[in-house]
Design a protein around this ligand. Structure first.
Ligand code: NDP
Length: 292
């Protein structure tokens, strides 16, 4: 039984001495997660394809905090050799990891299915979409999540052995887009994210016997290079409230804040009794756009 003292926030959510790896950790949601974990004491390796962005993010956001953000890579998560190299490099430095976050992702091309006349609808969706982009999106948002998680299983299991039953976990960043029945102008992304959601559930059920938890965060609109199209010198992005309001389906009337992503990440990281959960953090969008 816990004493009242044991239930203080800093006890419940401390990640001191945790070792974490985040793909796509140099910008957007991956960087928010890295900051949240490092602020609470963790050593966080961030990776991606652009070393400059990773170095800049680590340098800018590591000052005066208890933990560390360490750039590592480059790693293209759609390449098995790159993932294997990343694993070996981390395994040469660490005996275990406590958390893997798969945040690397791309959004593919847009083709709005607005026309009501079938010939116009066909022309738009046929001409502006390609097999190549669908495959690239699926590869990055689904297949790469699978191979990255599989690669890190041994270091994760070592984390569980160090910190207790089901302590080590994976957080897959999926999306509300994979749950809703609205293509948002990108069938390929939303279909891929649907698969990301299901892959997270499958991995959770299958890797339970290896004593590794897998959960997913399905975000709504958060500031990132994907949603804002750029990031500043600190690798952070701005998403003005008006841009989110223009969408007309966001009850919160704004994008998500760094703090709100941080709370979701720390909850799934520390609560060992949660396994196979798809945690939607979307300002209420799925209350008004049909899904599930
Ligand atoms: P960003 O574009 O800011 O972040 C994506 C990151 O992934 C980048 O840092 C990028 O770095 C990295 N990345 C992309 N492709 C690869 C690759 N092949 N190998 C390694 N790294 C790669 O966008 P977000 O932060 O928004 O995206 C993070 C995740 O969150 C994605 O999975 C996205 O689908 C999801 N998401 C985002 C939402 C939002 O509103 N922001 C909403 C719902 C889901 P680099 O280019 O250097 O490789």
């Amino acid at each position: 039984m816990a004493s009242t003292h044991d239930l203080r926030v800093e006890r419940l959510f401390s990640v001191k001495d945790y070792v974490c790896v985040i793909t796509g950790g140099g910008t957007g949601i991956g960087l928010m997660a890295a900051q949240a974990l490092a602020a609470n004491g963790a050593k966080v390796y961030i990776t991606g394809r652009r070393m400059e962005a990773l170095k800049n993010a680590a340098e800018t956001h590591s000052k005066g905090i208890e933990g560390q953000i360490i750039p590592i890579g480059p790693c293209d998560v759609t390449k098995k050799d790159d993932i294997a190299k990343l694993y070996d490099e981390i395994a040469s430095k660490e005996k275990h990891i406590n958390l893997l976050i798969c945040a690397a992702g791309i959004s593919g091309t847009k083709a709005e299915p607005e026309a009501e006349k079938a010939t116009d609808l066909k022309a738009k969706l046929w001409n502006e979409e390609t097999f190549e982009v669908w495959n690239e999106t699926y590869n990055t948002d689904v297949t790469a999540v699978y191979f990255t998680t599989v690669a890190f299983l041994p270091l994760l299991q070592a984390g569980t052995e160090k910190h207790g039953h089901l302590a080590a976990s994976v957080i897959v960043i999926s999306s509300m887009s994979g749950i809703m029945r609205h293509a948002q102008g990108h069938f390929s992304y939303n279909a891929a994210k649907g698969a990301t959601v299901h892959l997270s559930k499958l991995m959770s059920a299958e890797f339970q016997k290896a004593r590794i938890r897998v959960n997913s965060i399905a975000p709504g609109y958060f500031p990132s290079e994907m949603t804002a199209k750029s990031s500043g010198p600190d690798q952070k992005s701005e998403l003005p409230d008006e841009k989110v309001q223009e969408k007309g389906h966001v009850p919160a009337q704004r994008g998500g804040h760094d703090e709100e992503m941080a709370q979701a990440v720390l909850f799934l990281t520390k609560n060992s009794y949660v396994n196979g959960e798809i945690l939607v953090v979307d300002g209420g969008v799925l209350n008004v756009v049909s899904g599930r």
